[in-house]
Design a protein around this ligand. Structure first.
Ligand code: ATP
Length: 346
């Protein structure tokens, strides 16, 4: 059992508050992704769990044991960081077995584990090569294999795929997901890449300015973003927003059209994803400005009620800049946000 609990963790660097009251429980064997823009505190939080950084206040528990006073080596964790510290003067075998030999495991056990993890990462043919001779992607695999060979309860990864080219990144992403599910390891994975987060995570914690603003499954974060920030951050292109005036009894005026929504007396923001719009006879009046054929879809940037609005439409549609369209929002996909608090309204 390796549940991780982060309790009331805050971190200040001088006067700067990098983390504010973080509370998060990561279930045994769960794959948790910390996602957010540069500087939001992801790496700091991971380093606090690892023991490479001390929290200013708060506690970290792993497997029912309070660990925030323990050094990294006593926390039952393995780490894979962006600038993977693979020793160039050691062979792949020696690199993967490094931690195991440090633990003075019998050589037969070292060999068994190294070979198994190398096979998992598809680098078994490289075991005799010096790591300095490998490509970035191969070295990355060595770093992951070395972490897995320790058979840790918890694996912590900080942008482990960031140095790979797009294709290799895609391939490694799928491999990592399979390997970690198989090894039943609890994982925390830091990235600023939302596609990577969506594809890997059991749950995503979206961070913003030192706080976790939403922790939920990828589909929940995507379909029901808790705040305007999450709505704008997740999804590419991001959600569209329009101001909505209450007409009473759950009726709203949006871009001159009547739309059904929550029964609230104060103005709200209406939100819809670009892919949840279809051209129809009734709906939001739009003027196409930019038309981008993306192969699978047509991305149309339009003007709706003076606001920029994007629609992802069927690639067979003929749309040219200047065309007038009527975009029908799929009613069950409409979301509403309070402009004061920026929070989602049910
Ligand atoms: P990135 O994706 O760019 O790595 P991040 O979300 O991981 O960003 P952190 O590295 O956790 O962000 O940094 C959070 C904030 O804390 C940043 O504003 C950073 O400048 C600050 N910070 C981090 N480490 C230190 C330090 N040792 N001293 C002072 N400030 C720091």
């Amino acid at each position: 059992m390796a549940e991780i609990q982060i309790r009331n963790v805050a971190k200040t660097f001088g006067a700067y508050r990098a983390l504010r009251d973080i509370n998060l429980t990561i279930a045994d064997q769960e794959f948790m992704v910390l996602l957010g823009a540069s500087g939001c505190g992801k790496t700091t939080l991971l380093r606090i769990v690892a023991g490479l950084e001390t929290a200013t206040t708060g506690e970290v528990w792993i497997g029912g044991r309070r660990v925030d006073h323990l050094p990294p080596k006593d926390r039952g964790i393995a780490m894979v960081f962006q600038n993977y510290a693979v020793f160039p003067h050691l062979t792949v075998f020696e690199n993967i077995g490094f931690g195991l030999r440090m633990q003075k495991l019998p050589e037969t056990e070292v060999r068994l584990r190294v070979e198994r993890c190398a096979t998992l990462m598809h680098i078994e043919q490289l075991l005799k090569r010096y790591s300095g001779e490998l490509s970035g992607g191969q070295r990355q695999r060595v770093a992951v294999a070395r972490a897995l060979a320790m058979e840790p309860d918890v694996i912590l990864m900080d942008e482990p795929l960031s140095n790979l080219d797009a294709l290799l990144r895609l391939e490694m992403r799928a491999e990592l997901k399979g390997v970690l599910a198989e090894s039943r390891t609890t994982a925390i994975y830091v990235t600023h890449d939302q596609v990577e987060a969506m594809s890997l995570a059991d749950r995503i914690s979206v961070m913003y300015q030192g706080r976790i603003v939403q922790a939920a499954t990828p589909i929940e974060v995507y379909r029901n973003p808790g705040t305007e920030f999450v709505a704008g951050f997740i999804g590419n292109p991001p959600m569209n927003f329009l101001s909505a005036e209450p007409l009473g009894q759950g009726k709203w005026r949006v871009a001159g059209q009547e739309v059904t929504g929550p029964v609230i007396a104060d103005p709200l923001k209406f939100a819809i994803r670009p892919e949840d719009l279809v051209p129809g006879d009734a709906g939001l009046p739009a003027t196409a400005r930019i038309v981008e054929p993306l192969g699978a879809h047509l991305l149309v940037t339009c003007d709706v009620d003076g606001s920029m609005f994007r629609a992802v439409l069927d690639s067979d549609l003929k749309v040219s800049p200047g065309d007038r369209l009527t975009l029908t929002p799929q009613s069950d996909r409409i979301r509403w946000f309070d402009p004061e608090t920026t929070r989602a309204v049910a």
